[in-house]
Design a binder for this molecule. Sequence first.
Ligand SMILES: Cc1cc2nc3c(=O)[nH]c(=O)nc-3n(C[C@H](O)[C@H](O)[C@H](O)COP(=O)(O)O)c2cc1C
Length: 373
Amino acid sequence: MESLKLGSLEVWPPVVLAPMAGITNAPFRTLCREQGGGLFVCEMITTRALVERNPKTFRMIRFEPAEKPRSIQLYGVDPVTVGRAVRMIADEDLADHVDLNFGCPVPKVTRRGGGSALPYKRNLLRAILREAVRNAGTLPVTMKMRKGIDDDHLTYLDAGRIAVEEGVSAIALHGRTALQHYGGTADWEAIARLKEAVTEIPVLGNGDIWSADDAMRMMAETGCDGVVVGRGCLGRPWLFRDLAAVCEGSGERVRPRLGEVAATMDRHATLLTECFDSEHHAVADFRKHVGWYLKGFTVGADLRRRLATAGTLAGLREGLAELDPDQPWPAGVDAPRGKTNPRDRVHLPAGWLDDPYDLAVPGADAELDTSGG
Ligand SMILES: Cc1cc2nc3c(=O)[nH]c(=O)nc-3n(C[C@H](O)[C@H](O)[C@H](O)COP(=O)(O)O)c2cc1C
């Protein structure tokens, strides 16, 4: 297995923590990074908020001193604004790598022509990638996308070629359409087809890696140059130790007892408190992680509820102390976790599918309230 080459950046093992809004902040990246190597992408930010120097956005792209390379994911719909945002990152040394998100399936985003709706407009996609690369200096620019809008409107092969032509350093494909949202299973065949079509730059596979063995299987079945892991590491930052081990050819896997899981939960909530500078905000944010950490363990409903509704770090710790530290890692948890829901339709602007080549730029409101991929 080879390291992943993103322009001048070399990443070993060829493993990427998928950007996940509300999850992959500095504390979670720290927990994952401490387990094994790879590239750990920040939460997505919008290009408009960055160029407007929104203070919240600047807080979201704070990195720990030990984070190398620093990776920012941008979401934008306007080539000019994307170019300005990338130039800012390069000129102000805000990161070492920029990823562009074209995978967001959220209705309020696709309805305005953004996210996973955007690559349907080939020329607009090209213009955005061109401006991003042109303004990036020596920073590698990568893109992350889905297969397309739905099975009748697949865009990934065209988008892959356009990315190569515009000087993008690598492409990550989430093997689902926007219509699938997070439902069904990811189509690894599509990743293999993209890898065949794009030979000049690395192709990364994304979707349904729940264990290190899944990562190996994806690489073997698709020929992809690296893997992007999202929901599989929710409540399991040690998956990155397994991924490093498997890439080094080791069969060792981390199977923590409940006591170690509780210690990680405590650390995660503590890091969030330091990062947010607000215990209240941190403990509230941590609530969504509780179910993921405890998935498969035998924990009474009352204690689960108390952990998931704790209002202070002390309250959380009181609950954690009641967990049975010797309970072994449960079987069968290398399985779907996090969002798994499909959608019944993709919301698009009126007439969006009429012309795949028009260059109309979606309005600035396509960048409002954006989250997720
Ligand atoms: C809570 C959540 C937030 C996400 N936010 C983003 C995001 O900001 N940018 C992005 O490109 N993808 C985002 N995604 C999609 C993931 O990066 C990834 O493509 C998707 O979950 C499929 O990979 P997986 O099967 O390994 O989870 C998000 C996914 C989840 C579950």
